[in-house]
Design a binder for this molecule. Sequence first.
Ligand code: GLN
Length: 291
Amino acid sequence: MIGDRDTATALIAEARRRFAEASLADPATDARVLVAGVLGLSLSDVLMRGDVAVSRKEAEQVREAISRRCKREPVHRILGRRAFYGLDLQLSPATLEPRPDTEILVDSVLPHLKRTIAEKGSARLLDLGVGTGAIALALLKECPQARAVGSDISEEALSTAERNAHINGVAERFETVRSAWFACIEGRFDIIVSNPPYIPTGVVAELDPEVRDYDPLAALDGGQDGLDAYRALSAGAGNFLEPGGLVAVEIGYDQKNSVTALFEAAGFCLIEARRDYGGNDRVLLFTTRNC
Ligand code: GLN
């Protein structure tokens, strides 16, 4: 407090205390990111100017955000946006919150996309279940010669992805199609990417409240065994890929063998598997080349 006014530093300490009382997993990080975010400050701003008084209105907004976090609403849902692979992405209730693990999918596709561009001068990418646009937009940002189609079953997700394409300066190379997997997709693509729903239906109820109560169920629930989306993706991909094209999918931690079996049955071979930051299998890359 300065006189009767709060400072960012004092609000962070207050948030940290309330988050610890609410038994959140990482009260210190949540407090810094949430308070700085609501105040429109960077984390280094907070270090430099954390003792400057904030207005009463701002302090009220911060306390409201703190209360929401105590009820397990995720920090970035409260802020309405989050960073992903250098992009600034808006979230909506219809979109999964992009995870750092999904950046590994972008990383693993990037060399293939660059090689296609080196060979052909351009590349066409399809992101099925595009959500916020995280994967497609990150790849477009990295590769100015690439174009992408993002599809989703949710109209609201497509609007969010389009808005994010504008915010991140790649809108002229991005278009959206409302589609359940391949149902309304036309044409052929060099690379197909997807982070589909892959949690088995019976496991959704056991997820952390941050995920279960705030990520859209349609982006999480992969059917009884979690593999429904991979059945659709593996069955359709061959009809929408250029010869020698690539399919890259995110998977659940224990799905490497079952997803690989589905794609192998459809004529693909696994060319790369990557683990996430927790050491779990997370990304698989398939092609029909040299199978
Ligand atoms: N990775 C998400 C989670 O941990 C699930 C995302 C998905 O099903 N594609 O909850």
